[in-house]
Design a protein around this ligand. Structure first.
Ligand SMILES: [Zn+2]
Length: 302
């Protein structure tokens, strides 16, 4: 599992700060999460192949989370894309995008599917045999969802010395990995647990931006491998959180601790602070495993 941070700052883009966008690599997919201005140049900078992006998840309709989307769709069109593109986002996103395509007379040459969201409780919005994605309803000034990406439980691990020892025919290997008991060369049924080890624990990634501190999320986020949570402010500006429905670094860390996640990534920083290390220092007073998102940074989780 790998996360490439394309942009991770709040509000307006500057020469050194880009608004929210990231690419999650999980279960053979490249999922684009949010699409602030500058997303396509950042994709190019990180050498991420445009054609591999088939699913885009938009948290909410504030500009710093989706103003790059129409540009990216137009570029896909210019690149003569044929692969379908699925966009998941709040109700209204279809109208916003199609109006621009219509008035610029630039309908795409590839199928564009909108999956509009309006439910206020978690729902599964994508699932295949490798990964599932569910919404994380957040608390912000407009309707907002985070997204929880979960790997499916993989195959059991074949113990090659054991299958040799029990003289199992190679034709059964696939069934063994699926957890089946299989016969040896003499027709005796061999228990699967003698031939395999459990699969590695599935990884999960929760994206939570933008949101006020929402302690009730702890239940849905219980034990996730990595939580990305916004930390727009520090505690000394907590009063701004109430008005703008954002969170502080300490609040993000508190949720990470409550949910017993393995790692916390902070992002969506207000540019008022200059040095982002202060966010880490504040969060680590509550929860030690803190990483700082930075534009252009990649995190790999084994
Ligand atoms: Zn917002």
């Amino acid at each position: 599992m790998e996360v490439a941070i394309l942009g991770c700052y709040a509000a307006t883009p500057t020469t050194s700060h880009r608004p929210t966008s990231q690419v999650l690599s999980i279960g053979n997919h490249l999922f684009l999460i949010d699409c602030g201005e500058g997303t396509q140049t950042q994709l190019r900078r990180q050498k991420i192949k445009f054609s591999r992006i088939k699913h885009i998840f938009i948290s909410h309709l504030h500009g710093d989370h989706f103003y790059g989307l129409i540009g990216l769709i137009a570029t896909f069109g210019l690149l003569d894309r044929k692969t379908p593109l699925h966009i998941y986002g709040p109700k209204g996103i279809k109208e916003i995008i199609t109006l621009q395509l219509k008035l610029s007379k630039s309908w795409t040459g590839f199928p564009l599917y909108f999956h509009e969201l309006e439910q206020k409780t978690p729902e599964i919005i994508f699932q295949d045999d490798k990964v599932s994605v569910e919404t994380i309803p957040l608390d912000h000034r407009v309707y907002t969802n985070g997204f929880l990406f979960k790997e499916a439980l993989g195959d059991r691990k074949l113990l090659i010395d054991k299958v040799d020892e029990y003289q199992i025919d190679v034709a059964y290997y696939k069934s063994i990995k699926k957890g089946k008991d299989v016969p040896d060369n003499n027709g005796n049924l061999i228990a699967n647990k003698l031939l395999t080890a459990p699969p590695p624990p599935p990884k999960s990634y929760a994206f939570c931006s933008d949101t006020a501190f929402k302690p009730t999320l702890a239940e849905q986020l219980k034990n996730v491998s990595v939580l990305y949570h916004e930390a727009t402010f520090l505690e000394r500006h907590k009063h701004l959180c109430e008005k703008t429905k954002h969170a502080t670094a300490k609040q993000a860390a508190t949720l990470a601790k409550m949910a017993a996640v393995k790692k916390l990534i902070l992002g969506h920083y207000s540019t008022r602070y200059g040095n982002i290390e202060v966010f880490k220092q504040e969060a680590q007073q509550v929860f030690p495993e803190v990483l700082l998102a930075e534009d252009g940074k990649k995190f790999k989780f084994d």
